[in-house]
Design a binder for this molecule. Structure first.
Ligand SMILES: *[C@@H]1O[C@H](CO)[C@@H](O)[C@H](O)[C@H]1NC(C)=O
Ligand SMILES: *[C@@H]1O[C@H](CO)[C@@H](O)[C@H](O)[C@H]1NC(C)=O
Length: 289
């Protein structure tokens, strides 16, 4: 009897660990602004942010992370979403902050969203890469993943790597490695710049605009404790922390090349006009595969 119940208890503990680590928005997130425009639904399995003429809305994670592989499924504002921006990012505090960004710039019905990415270290960004997607991101949920470990940051879409930002400390570029970051997302109006440089305005007759979130997963992540000033790393069931040293294998590198060749619409590392004094130092490191 004793062994039976302790086995049950263990099964329960493992089960609740996974329940906690994934899914539940009540346990993992706060809706921080938007006066009721952000909502957690379906017992915490679904979260929606909305935007109308008066306000957008936003959320942040309760935890801070120092490295992690974090998945979120998003279904973006459908229809005429021109002028709207859905931002999904990691960010630390302070004036020399670190940040890893996914931003989805809406468009007219039938025209493609732009996926804008950026990486800030010590408060310095200017590292944009932009993409179109190979699917309609408003028709269904898709998984957007940020892998952040001490060697590299990889942006994944449905498991396909679209961008790698390597640790380039060897050429004097500060890397994101000591400031814990929180997860943030927001839906807001940016029709002064977002769609074709601000030419196309938000059509408020379509409001409210709504983006949906589900299946948040930070099972593989190091949760920061500000009281102890250290982080403790969760790991998946096989107890390996392989994500902490994850890199692109040949197959993944080929998929990344495919995305960059066919879907990348802007790369700061190719913008020699913008950097007449020479491209940023990390560009040379990142072009070596
Ligand atoms: C919107 O669609 C146009 C036309 O296809 C495209 O050039 C542009 O990159 C798209 N995205 C934004 C944010 O304007
Ligand atoms: C990966 O590609 C490199 C050259 O591009 C090759 O030398 C290496 O053997 C490949 N590795 C695997 C596991 O196929």
């Amino acid at each position: 009897m004793a062994s039976y119940s302790s086995k049950m208890l263990m099964i329960f503990m493992v089960f609740s660990y996974f329940m906690l680590a994934s899914a539940n928005f009540y346990q993992n997130f706060d809706i921080t602004w938007g006066d009721g425009r952000g909502q957690i639904l379906n017992n915490g399995e679904l979260l929606t942010l909305s935007l109308d003429k008066a306000s957008g809305s936003g959320l942040q994670s309760k935890n801070e992370y120092l490295f992690g592989k974090i998945d979120m499924q998003l279904k973006l504002v459908p229809g005429n979403s021109a002028g709207t921006v859905t931002a999904y990012y990691l960010k630390s505090e302070g004036s020399a902050w670190d940040e890893i960004d996914f931003e989805f710039l809406g468009n007219l019905s039938g025209d493609p969203y732009t996926l804008h990415t950026n990486v800030f270290s010590q408060g310095k960004g200017d590292r944009e890469q932009q993409f179109h997607l190979w699917f309609d991101p408003t028709a269904d949920f898709h998984t957007y993943t940020i892998l952040w470990n001490p060697q590299r940051i990889i942006f994944y879409v449905d498991g396909t790597p679209i961008r790698e930002f390597k640790n380039s400390e060897s050429v004097g570029v500060p890397y994101l490695k000591s400031q814990p970051m929180r997860i943030y997302s927001s839906l807001w109006n940016a029709d002064d710049w977002a769609t074709r440089g601000g030419l196309i305005k938000t059509d408020w007759s379509q409001a409210p605009f709504t983006a949906s979130y589900r299946n948040y997963n930070a099972i593989n992540a190091c949760v920061w404790s500000s009281s102890s000033g250290s982080s403790s790393c969760n790991s998946n069931s096989d107890n390996s922390n392989s994500w902490l040293s994850e890199e692109l294998d040949n197959t993944s590198q080929e998929r990344l090349n495919w995305v960059q060749k066919n879907y990348m619409i802007y790369d700061y590392c190719k913008d020699t006009k913008r950097f007449p004094q020479g491209l940023p130092a990390e560009c040379a490191v990142n072009s070596l595969s």
